[in-house]
Write a protein that binds this ligand. Structure first.
Ligand code: ADP
Ligand code: ASP
Ligand code: MG
Length: 414
């Protein structure tokens, strides 16, 4: 049996005809090296954003089902063109949509989860010596409806396919050289990380480091599948994401004099969030349960939750959601506010979440103090703070978030 590689090329890597041709040459080089290749591709350049804009021009609340039918076309364009490019160089190839290659998902439109992959078709094509090009980000539910996995979801398609096909590794090709300690497009001094654990990169991805879809990291960890993030524009080695058998390293670091430097692993910024506040909610048991269970039933992911006690009988409840889920979250909140007789629902899209990530952060007050000091020096107000074992996040004004990220990267001397 030949070695099997699963590679994923993101939108910027297939953004133009020239780039598609270049990716085609990279892929056939793997075949020449004796490998079987399955490739997952995203939609060309910003075409998914363009499709989203078209939808909103037609309908301010586009139905999720039709949104999936629309967005799935982006990837269908790139798989067909890439297959044509490979065929032109003289290699056997076939493109497959998510449905054609057996990617089955839950029935939640716009954020479906992969339930299983029926690999029969894929194996048949591979046995027929073809390169298989698969549309990322999409699948099909039990009722044969087209679903998508959430923005950035092609990474998750690739990892799921690699796991299902028992590949040795999944390679994610993108427009930067790997995972950095901060977004290299915002922080010019950001440093590339050569090796990092699933947990640390998962935390960075979940906190807004857009280089990987968080669910792809979860899946890779679950199946013990090493991930490599590399540039599609050069041959630099990239970042390897894997499990570190020997965690003793951490204990050694804790004894170290210069411990802070090592503790902070990276900084992440999430500008794709919004804050919803429900004002003057009656202060009684069961209220938070009612609100957050309605949001959960609508499959809305909620992040930082704060309840302020204003007066004796009423509270304000605020929480953050993903910007993509804001319209639905506001709708659910308004229904709740009406039911419990709250005063009103307000929302704010001008916020961003800035986070410092690293093992042992919560136990280290130095880190908190440096983080807050840096924001204070810039005159930036902190709206909400949240911490966990391995991260500390602050909600701040979106307008100054990038500048804050650069300064905090400096402050921690990363
Ligand atoms: P693709 O189209 O290949 O999926 P994405 O735009 O989704 O590419 O992800 C790559 C981008 O992620 C980079 O251009 C970079 O700006 C951004 N990014 C954010 N945080 C990080 C980080 N910590 N390391 C590397 N890239 C990051
Ligand atoms: N094309 C989709 C998006 O832009 C999926 C992806 O790129 O991973 O979100
Ligand atoms: Mg991406």
């Amino acid at each position: 049996m030949k070695d099997l590689v699963v590679q994923k090329y993101g939108g910027t890597s297939v953004g133009t005809v020239e780039k598609i041709k270049r990716v085609a040459r990279r892929i056939v080089a793997q075949v020449d090296a004796g490998k079987q290749v399955v490739v997952v591709v995203s939609a060309m350049g910003d075409s998914t954003d363009e499709l989203v804009n078209l939808a909103y021009e037609i309908n301010p609340t586009p139905p999720s089902r039709e949104m999936d039918v629309l967005l799935a076309t982006g990837e269908q364009v790139s798989i067909a063109l890439l297959a044509m490019a490979i065929q032109t160089i003289g290699y056997k190839v076939i493109s497959l949509t998510g449905a054609q290659c057996g990617i089955k998902t839950s029935d939640v439109h716009k954020r479906a989860r992969i339930s299983e992959i029926d690999t029969n078709r894929l194996e048949k094509e591979l046995n027929d010596s073809k390169i298989v090009i698969v549309a990322g980000f999409q699948g099909i539910d039990e009722n044969h409806e087209i679903t998508t996995l959430g923005r950035g979801g092609s990474d998750t398609s690739a990892v799921a396919l690699a796991a299902a096909l028992r590949a040795d590794c999944c390679e994610i090709y993108t427009d930067v050289d790997g995972v950095y300690d901060a977004d290299p497009r915002i922080v010019p001094d950001a440093k590339k990380i050569d090796e990092i654990s699933y947990q640390e990169v998962l935390e960075m991805a979940s906190l807004g480091a857009g280089v990987l879809h968080p669910r792809s990291v979860e899946l890779a960890e679950k199946y013990g599948l090493p991930l490599v993030v590399r540039s599609s524009f050069n041959n630099n080695p990239g970042t390897v994401i894997k499990n570190f058998e020997n965690n003793n390293e951490k204990h050694v670091i804790k004894e170290d004099f210069d411990m802070e430097k090592v503790l902070v692993r990276g900084i992440a910024l999430d500008e794709n969030i919004a804050k919803i506040s429900i004002l003057e909610v009656p202060d009684k048991p069961g209220i938070a349960f009612q609100l957050f269970s309605s949001l959960a039933s609508a499959n809305i992911h909620v992040d930082m939750i704060v309840q302020n006690v204003n007066r004796t009988s009423v509270n304000d409840i605020s929480f953050t959601v993903n910007l993509d889920e804001l319209p639905e979250a506001v709708e659910v909140s308004q229904k709740f506010a009406f039911e419990v007789n709250a005063q009103k629902v307000a929302f704010d899209q001008g916020i961003a979440k800035l986070s410092v990530i690293g093992t042992g952060i919560v136990a280290n007050t130095e880190i908190a103090s440096k983080f807050f000091e840096a924001l204070f020096e810039m005159g930036i107000n902190i709206q909400t703070i949240s911490t966990s074992e391995i991260k500390m996040s602050c909600l701040i004004d979106k307008e100054r978030a990038k500048e804050a990220m650069v300064n905090i990267h400096k402050k921690f001397e990363l």
